[in-house]
Design a protein around this ligand. Structure first.
Ligand SMILES: Nc1ncnc2c1ncn2[C@@H]1O[C@H](COP(=O)(O)OP(=O)(O)OP(=O)(O)O)[C@@H](O)[C@H]1O
Length: 793
């Protein structure tokens, strides 16, 4: 190396050394500043915090300058290394409140790829995880840390390959645990920071055990940050388990309301059958808006989306639910995010954490399960410093309970009235859609059942009262021709009915209340209305549930599923356990009155088998009648062709009958003998054929014996059993006459104890039941043995 080049090399080395020293110094200062960060001060902007230059640049370039309330409180604590349990309103900027400390913590520890996984961020849903990942990419763009997204719905193998190269992982609980269990070299023992975002949602979704299992795999020495928009008891329980001496930061408790001030909130009271009319009218009057519409189930979402698309309200419609594939969900998420005016029909999958920009309205057509879910749903609008509107549809039966729950959670909400003159009825259109398109009808039936089921399964019975729902009217407003039968509602109703005393209704005559087609099953003569238990019992008696009924229902269900599958998006359409609860209404297959056998029980399996056995059918089949056909082919009784006088002169009827039977018996006897002779001849013919065949086979065998004699020992085994069995089969097949002949033959076939087959060299050992033959030495011996064997046959 020349002197000049050496000098240059040394200079660059020195520069690098200096840089390293500077960086180390910066880190030291940062660390010191963080540890000494005064917590009693009010920080307004990110610049005031001891953050790395790279993070500051990332924040600035993403236009994050001023901090939100939760960020002001939580970030300084987290920078000092404390565990934080944060609660803040929706859209208040919780994501940055945990992402900044995560990046800073690893940066201050000079984390590199060689150090492996340093931080885990767990979110309840894939969408939320993706969203967090995007924010991390934005603010961490200047850092050299690597970050990965580990969510379900993607190839595990690809993830397994890359997961170990990541410093920060954003993941959903299930997939993370899967990697902990399955990915061989996945190491979590160096984790510095754990974040649980939307902790309440994680627990709601039933991930408690998964989270506990994950936490068990993590080192105890770590920092944990836990955030949620609502503080529930289960969140506090989880915090107790996973956080160490945490700092509790709540912005909700500080404020008068638990929802953003810029959010205007209203509710309206309507009846269930009016809901879709009101929603349709709302869309018609808010065409230039971005609206998120919440419904209780995937099936509801699909039905409303499909039918409204066909009704063309004039606004772009989208739908989002958990049964869609991940790619489809993302596509819709991005589409709705980028659209200025659109309606997104969604389940609670879109309720939490999702940051759709500039949503004007959140309309809750089906009431949320509780006040917490309400807060999350409305939190999709009025985010950060934007304003927004929320509208909640409540049934009369839900109003009181839900209002009380919202008041308790400090949700300011006012009642508004629906102008019936401005409401457009779409019931007729829906009916015609269901009539024209069976798939829409099936979807409607599913939507109907899933809605009723969702109400039935709600835990807060002070709000949700399934037995007060106007079920039949609701089915009609969905356009359904009848009301699908639902077992659980009947159960609830009958429970309710048993609590009530029977009422007296004069002149009551009931048509079947469960059947949409109004099948008249119960006709009550008395004036007393029996309670529903008795009605149910009687209905069952009149319409027993046989195996056939069940098969019919099952068949119908699969038909439904096929149609249903075809309908929307051709997406994965998992059939839920819900189907088990559905009893589809079947057409009226009642027997006509004359064929009806009242009080007849359905047959048991054993009885049914007996009744359908051939023996039983033959035994009980009606005896044939002798008829004479005339020239035109018409049947006539025998006596119609006889002169009655001549018939009577031949003697009395009984003796004539006896004589006839005797005569016929003789004929039958003769015929029987002929039949037997024919049968015997046939059997003998068969036997001869068999013998010839056997002889041929033996000859063939002997030939092969001769050829193989040089290589194989000549032991042949003949099982005496086989011979006896053959004889027995013959015996069974024979008639009595043949008995003697056959038993003689059998004696001949059964060999004596020591039969000399080959000059006294062969032995039949009866105990061992086999014939032992001395190996013939010469060709002559073999021929002699073959001849003897043939002769024995
Ligand atoms: N300091 C900030 N300056 C400007 N915008 C911010 C700031 N912090 C957050 N935001 C914006 O506010 C919106 C809401 O933030 P974020 O999604 O973090 O809220 P959140 O509290 O997690 O909401 P949710 O509880 O609904 O999940 C986002 O669009 C985000 O970009």
């Amino acid at each position: 190396m020349s002197i000049q080049r050496r000098k240059k090399h040394n200079r660059s080395n020195e520069r690098r050394k200096l840089k390293r020293e500077e960086a180390l110094k910066e880190l030291e200062v940062l660390e010191k500043n963080c540890q000494n960060l005064p917590l009693n001060l009010e920080y307004e902007s990110f610049k005031e915090l001891p953050l790395s230059l790279l993070t500051q640049q990332g924040l600035q370039q993403s236009n994050y300058i001023e901090m939100t309330k939760i960020q002001r409180k939580a970030i300084p604590l987290a920078l000092r290394g404390r565990d934080v349990l944060g609660a803040a309103k929706t859209g208040s900027g919780k994501t940055l409140a945990f992402l900044i400390p995560v990046i800073e913590s690893l940066y201050r520890k000079s984390w590199t790829q060689l150090d492996g996984l340093g931080a885990l961020v767990i979110a309840p849903t894939r969408e939320l995880a993706i969203q967090i990942f995007e924010v991390l990419r934005k603010i961490g763009r200047k850092h050299s840390l690597s970050a990965g997204l580990v969510i379900g719905g993607k190839n595990v193998d690809v993830e397994q390959e890359r997961i170990n190269r990541m410093n920060i992982l954003i993941c959903t609980p299930g997939r993370l645990l899967q990697h902990m269990d399955q990915t061989a070299n996945f190491k979590c023992d160096n984790i510095q920071v754990l974040v649980l975002d939307e902790a309440d949602r994680i627990l709601d979704l039933g991930f408690e055990k998964t989270i506990n299992a994950i936490i068990e795999n993590l080192p105890k020495e770590r920092q944990t940050l836990m955030f949620s928009a609502t503080q529930t008891k289960s969140v506090k329980d989880l915090a107790r388990l996973s956080l160490e001496d945490p700092e509790y930061v709540s912005i909700i408790e500080d404020s008068e309301h638990s929802t953003p001030i810029s959010l205007s909130q209203h509710y309206l009271v309507c009846e269930l059958p009016q809901k879709l009319d009101i929603l349709f009218s709302f869309i018609k009057s808010h065409l230039q808006a971005k609206v998120l519409v919440f419904l209780s189930s995937c099936k509801q979402v699909r039905f409303v989306f499909e039918t409204f698309c066909k009704l063309h309200p004039g606004a772009p419609l989208l739908h989002l639910h958990g049964k869609q594939k991940q790619t489809k969900r993302l596509e819709i998420f991005n589409k709705f995010s980028s659209m200025k005016h659109a309606y997104l029909f969604a389940t609670d999958i879109a309720a939490r954490g999702l940051d759709f920009p500039a949503v004007d309205w959140v309309v809750q057509v089906d009431a949320p399960e509780n006040a917490e879910t309400y807060i999350h749903r409305v939190g999709r609008t009025a985010r950060y410093d934007a304003s927004g509107h929320a509208l909640l549809f409540l049934l009369t039966s839900e109003e009181q309970g839900m209002k009380a729950a919202l008041d308790k959670k400090k949700v300011p909400i006012d009642k508004i009235k629906v102008k019936s003159s401005k409401t457009i009825s779409i019931q007729k259109q829906l009916q015609s859609l269901c009539f024209k398109d069976p798939e829409i009808k099936y979807l409607g039936q599913k939507a109907f059942v899933s809605y009723i089921r969702s109400i039935y399964l709600q835990s807060d019975k002070s709000i949700f009262k399934v037995d007060e729902l106007p079920i039949e009217e609701f089915a009609a407003t969905l356009g359904l021709p009848g009301t699908p039968k639902i077992k659980f509602v009947k159960k609830a109703q009958s429970k309710n009915a048993t609590r009530q005393k029977p009422k007296k209704v004069p002149g009551y005559s009931s048509s079947d209340e469960d059947e949409g087609n109004s099948v008249k099953i119960l006709e009550m003569n008395s004036n007393t209305l029996p309670n529903l238990d008795v009605q149910e019992k009687k209905r069952k008696e009149a319409n027993p549930k046989s195996k056939l009924d069940k098969m019919f229902n099952r068949k119908n269900m699969s038909v439904l599923t096929d149609h249903y599958k075809k309908l929307v998006d051709q997406e994965a359409d998992n059939i839920t356990s819900e189907e088990e609860l559905i009893t589809l209404k079947r057409a009226n297959h009642e027997l006509s009155d004359e064929l009806k056998q009242p009080g007849r029980d359905p047959l048991s399996k054993r009885k049914l088998m007996k009744a359908t056995s051939k023996k039983f059918i033959i035994k009980n089949a009606p005896r044939g009648k002798r008829l004479i056909f005339d020239d035109d082919g018409n049947p006539h009784q025998v006596y119609e062709f006889q002169d009655e006088k001549a018939f009577r002169s031949a003697g009395d009827i009984a003796s004539q009958k006896k004589e006839f039977i005797e005569k016929e018996f003789e004929v039958m006897k003769k015929e029987d003998i002929t039949d037997k002779i024919i049968a015997r001849d046939k059997r003998q013919e068969k036997k001869i054929k068999k013998k010839v065949k056997l002889k041929e086979e033996l000859e063939e065998n002997m030939k092969s014996v001769v050829t193989l004699s040089t290589t194989l020992p000549m032991y042949k085994e003949f099982h005496e059993d086989e011979l006896n069995k053959n004889a027995e089969r013959d015996f069974e097949e024979s008639s009595d006459e043949e008995y003697e002949r056959l038993s003689n033959k059998r004696q001949a076939a059964s060999l004596p104890d020591h039969t000399d087959l080959n000059g006294g060299e062969a032995l039949i050992n009866k105990k061992r039941k086999l014939l032992e033959i001395e190996e013939p030495k010469t060709l002559e011996d073999q021929e002699a043995l073959a001849l003897k064997l043939l002769n024995r046959l």
